[in-house]
Design a protein around this ligand. Structure first.
Ligand code: UDP
Length: 359
């Protein structure tokens, strides 16, 4: 029987792309989302792309333990991919209590339900933000994490540590369905975990039926670019052109959203098929190639044959100069590699913006 994967935050940008790839790989998917930061556009898009009208959808808040545990009771979950979290760095500085409560409690609830339902595989969506301003580039999974510079970043670090600790604490519990006395009382079982550290996910599905749908003024670069190109924003500000890089703008590792989604399928299969080498593993998910902000803007103009209204503006507080991934661990252990070119990705981002404009 097909294994069942719960995608929390599955109606959002990354969650919807992951749902499509999981279904394509033969998994059954259950989506949970409280719809606090999205509408049904992407979930409807997922149904169209996959031709599946029957994907179980739970409009629940993962901060509600009763609701989470009911979902586990009803669905019999083999793995969870946890995206349900707030993600705006600036807002997290202004509203730390809201961020810590939401991002930590929802993950704790997922872990508790996972443990109490005979054990489960849990994939946590972490971020390259945990590396901060790293001295040695590219960063490997062994590069030390630096103290977080925002509550958002701190929740990523804390959730990684919580997952590691829960894996350790439940390691002796035996597995779901074990007939020996290994399974702890009350149907508890071991939690296994993978944290994927994303670099900068961009782009949209080639069908242009799902993509990034920011509420209000986008914080991230690519939605700001596409909204400027379509005329929703007047001018893109490139934050800082006096950084110690070749063209003076920041360097990032922009990873295509479909490539990123495929890394989740590889990681989930590794967990479900029992191929993990440790109970808790971490992988960088990037391309391994640094691209400057100015290069990205120029590539967007070129591939889409348009001129973007942009200007250079002061640095944005909190930005690191440069970060990109060493992806060898994910390449070797997950058998995964980023494949789509940055040009194709930028074309897909533009196709998605135009699709939204025509809706
Ligand atoms: N950036 C920019 N203008 C914008 C948004 C972002 O110049 O309107 C720059 C930002 O300073 C950083 C890069 O684009 O160097 C990527 O920023 P983003 O917010 O997309 O992701 P981050 O790397 O901060 O997670």
């Amino acid at each position: 029987m097909a294994k069942r994967v719960l995608v929390s935050g599955g109606a959002g940008y990354i969650g919807s792309h992951v749902t499509v790839e999981l279904i394509g790989a033969g998994y059954e998917v259950v989506v949970a989302d409280n719809m606090s930061n999205c509408d049904m556009t992407c979930f409807e898009g997922v149904k169209k792309i996959t031709g599946r009208d029957d994907i179980p959808f739970y409009q629940i808040d993962c901060c509600d333990y009763e609701a989470v545990t009911r979902l586990f009771d009803e669905q019999g979950i083999d793995a969870v991919i946890h995206f349900a979290a707030f993600k705006a760095v600036g807002e997290s500085v202004a509203e730390p209590i809201m961020y810590y409560r939401n991002n930590l409690v929802s993950f704790l609830n997922i872990l508790e339900a996972a443990k109490n339902h005979g054990g489960c595989n849990v994939l946590f969506s972490s971020s390259a933000t945990v590396y901060g301003e790293a001295e040695d580039l590219p960063v490997t999974e062994q590069t030390p994490r630096l103290p977080a510079t925002s509550p958002y970043g701190n929740t990523k670090q804390m959730c990684e540590d919580i997952l590691r600790d829960v894996v350790l604490a439940t390691a002796g519990f035996g597995g779901a369905g074990d007939s020996d006395a290994g399974v702890a009382a009350g149907g508890q079982g071991p939690v296994k975990g993978i944290a994927l550290r994303y670099f900068n996910p961009i782009g949209a599905h080639p069908s242009a039926l799902i993509g990034e749908l920011p509420r209000g003024v986008p914080n991230n670069l690519v939605p700001f670019i596409t909204q400027t190109a379509i005329g929703k924003r007047e001018c893109l500000s490139i934050f800082g052109n006096d950084y110690p890089t070749e063209d003076g703008t920041c360097l990032r590792d922009y990873i295509d959203i479909v490539d990123l989604a495929k890394a989740h399928v590889a990681a989930v299969s590794r967990m479900i098929d029992g191929r993990m080498k440790e109970g808790y593993e971490i992988f960088n998910v990037g391309t391994g190639r640094p691209v400057s902000v100015h290069e990205l803007v120029t590539a967007f103009e070129k591939v889409n044959g348009l001129k973007l209204n942009y200007k250079f503006a002061p640095r944005r507080p909190g930005d690191v100069v440069a970060i990109w991934a060493d992806t060898s661990l994910a390449n070797e252990e997950l058998g995964w590699k980023a494949e789509r070119s940055v040009e194709d990705t930028l074309a897909s981002a533009w196709a998605w913006e135009k699709y939204l404009a025509g809706k």
